[in-house]
Design a protein around this ligand. Structure first.
Ligand code: ADP
Ligand code: ZN
Length: 210
């Protein structure tokens, strides 16, 4: 199954993509994680992406399209994959259609008010991409998967979050219509108080995995 996860920042795309990756044995391909790893490694691409990411702006289409196109050639994508955070513009979606065949675009929807509080408490592992929330870490500051020290992303600062939400509304939300028209859209509406387990159960059901 070749999947796209759509949705605003903080909706739980990454969390659900990781759960699904473990269940189905297909890779989670997160352009955000790949860009952050490139930044951490100090590659040329990482350095050029840094200023966009830290301002909450989108990295130029050509850059992310190139990354995804390369990544999808890898052997582990043969039985399917989960695109998490790509495409984010109609231009990216049109490019994707020239080199991939998508089965479902899953829209993970969540109300705006919930997003800011989620992102401000978010802590991430830059090594494996796992994400956590302060409210469930109970003071622990290392990754449960790999032991790496957890950090707060610079772009999870409140001012930058606001900018990311408006970038989402302008550039990315039109993809909901785009995939609806192609007949590929499915939506999971996450209740503000629902647990990860409850939301994931909905994701599975929507994808027909039950
Ligand atoms: P979130 O889903 O929490 O907003 P991501 O980790 O997916 O975060 O992305 C973080 C940042 O990386 C984005 O704000 C953007 O600057 C950059 N980025 C990631 N994916 C893309 C993409 N497909 N196109 C352009 N920029 C991207
Ligand atoms: Zn980790």
């Amino acid at each position: 199954m070749n999947l796209i996860f759509l949705g605003p920042p903080g909706a739980g795309k990454g969390t659900h993509a990781q759960l699904l990756m473990n269940e189905l044995g297909i890779p989670q391909i997160s352009t955000g994680d790949m860009l952050r790893q490139a930044m951490k490694a100090g590659t040329e691409m990482g350095l050029s992406a840094k200023r966009y990411i830290e301002a909450g702006e989108l990295v130029p289409d050509e850059v992310v399209i190139g990354i995804v196109k390369d990544r999808l050639q890898a052997d582990d994508c043969k039985n399917g994959y989960i695109l998490d955070g790509f495409p984010r513009t109609v231009k990216q979606a049109e490019a994707l259609a020239t080199f991939a065949k998508i089965d479902v675009a899953l829209n993970i929807a969540l109300d705006d008010e919930v997003i800011i509080s989620r992102l401000s408490g978010r802590r991430v592992c830059l090594k494996c991409g796992a994400t956590y929330h302060l409210s469930t870490l109970n003071g622990r500051d290392t990754c449960a998967n790999c032991g790496e020290k957890l950090v707060q992303r610079k772009d999870d600062a409140p001012e930058t979050v606001k900018n990311r939400l408006s970038v989402y509304a302008v550039s990315t939300a039109p993809l909901i219509d785009y995939y609806e028209k192609l007949g590929l859209l499915k939506t999971v509406q996450c209740a503000p108080t629902a647990t990860v387990e409850e939301n994931y159960a909905q994701v599975r059901q929507t994808l027909g995995l039950v």
